[in-house]
Design a protein around this ligand. Structure first.
Ligand SMILES: [Zn+2]
Ligand SMILES: [Zn+2]
Length: 147
């Protein structure tokens, strides 16, 4: 069984070889807004070992020194996000999945940048970026490559 998806032009396709996605979420942070051109990124993950690019491969942009974002170089669809650690999950954009219903979000991140008029999944718990002590050191070392 696989959870599949791809970009709008069909040049890049993927299959996540899992029963269900991990940690489906939205992130409202400024970096995700800029990276997607939307008001938030909606992402669902799996282990790198479970991820297969079945057609083509995404182009990658290092949006910071900590992570890369994949997109179709032909049509521009944002496709993936992953921190550079080998053990880190790879996330796909929920909108690029063939069936987004498989990724009902469980948490929201980046609440500090949530646009004030966005009324969205307000019953879903949320966090401010770097709020948790466990990740403060990680984010303290981040250097954005976005302008
Ligand atoms: Zn494409
Ligand atoms: Zn974000």
């Amino acid at each position: 069984m696989a959870i599949t998806g791809g970009c709008q032009c069909g040049a890049v396709r993927y299959a996540m070889h899992v029963e269900r996605v991990e940690k489906p979420h939205v992130c409202h942070c400024r970096m995700c807004q800029k990276a997607t051109g939307g008001l938030f990124a909606a992402l669902a993950g799996c282990s790198r070992a479970s991820m297969e690019w079945t057609c083509g491969e995404p182009a990658l942009f290092a949006s910071s020194n900590l992570a890369k974002r994949g997109f179709c170089r032909d049509c521009g669809t944002p496709l993936s996000f992953a921190y550079d650690k080998p053990e880190a999950r790879i996330y796909v954009t929920i909108g690029s999945m063939d069936d987004p219903e498989l990724a009902g979000i469980e948490i929201q991140y980046g609440l500090e940048a949530r646009v004030s008029w966005v009324r969205f999944c307000e019953d879903v718990p949320g966090e401010v970026t770097g709020e948790s002590p466990a990740v403060q050191g990680f984010f303290a070392g981040m250097v954005s490559n976005q302008t």
